[in-house]
Every structure is written in C-alpha cells, then in structure tokens.
Design a protein around this ligand. Sequence first.
Ligand SMILES: [Zn+2]
Ligand SMILES: [Zn+2]
Length: 150
Amino acid sequence: MAGAISPTPCIFCQIARNSTSTTLLHTDEKVVAFHDINPSAFRHYLVIPVEHIPTVKDLQSRHEDYSLVSHMLNVGQTLLRRDAPQSEQYRFGFHQPPMNSVDHLHLHCLALPYIPRWKHLKYLSLGPFGGFIEAEKLLEKIKPFSSIPS
Ligand SMILES: [Zn+2]
Ligand SMILES: [Zn+2]
C-alpha cells in the first residue's frame, strides 16, 4: 500500500515519550513505568519498553531481548517493594495474544490482593483462559543459548 506508514498513534509510545499527562513512576533510556489506568490490585503498575515491541511473540532468544525483559522485571520489583512492602504477594507477567489489550509490550506488576477479587481471572496462567505468562517463565523461554552469568 502506498504511504502506509502507520498513522495510528500508539498510546504506550506516546506515554513513553512523555507526551501525555500520565505520571511516570520511573524512566530511563530503555523503559518507563506508570499506573495501570484500570487497576486490578492494591498496586498495579505497567512497565513498558521505550521501543515499540508489539507482543511477547516478537521477543527472541537473544541477549538484547533477555536483558530488556529482566530490566523491566527489576524496575517493577523495585517499585512494588518501595510502594507496597506489606503486600501479601507480587505478580509480574505479560498477556499473550490474543489476550493482550494494547499491542505494545507491557509488564503487569501487581501487588496483591486483587481488587475486586474476581480480577484474578485476568491473570490466569493455566487453563483455557490462561493467557498470562509469568515474567520468570518468559525469561526462561527467551534465555539465549550462550549462558549469561547470573
Ligand atoms: Zn507503541
Ligand atoms: Zn495486559
């Protein structure tokens, strides 16, 4: 198609460029973090890469992607430990297509309890509606073959 340079502005790209009113909880050259607009838990943050990566399916087993995801996880853990130290449990993970809502990779960082309780249904990793993958599991999947010192 002629001139098919995506005209659709991606909302998360705009947030990453800080061109919205969204309050950023963390920014660095690789990732930004902010409050989920529709929280499911006591604390619910999203960590996204500044670069537009659509979904977990677009991640590959290479150092670049592995270190990006582990950095996202690190940022999320640091924020939740700071803001919800008393939380009963933390969860970190990604929705997989077709369960993802926005096509810009985003790590859900949840400090439980779920509010309201039924919201846990959105974060099942098993069963017919299990469209959620734990960050640790994803890291295992995309771990490059040449081992990284841990
Ligand atoms: Zn984007
Ligand atoms: Zn999601």
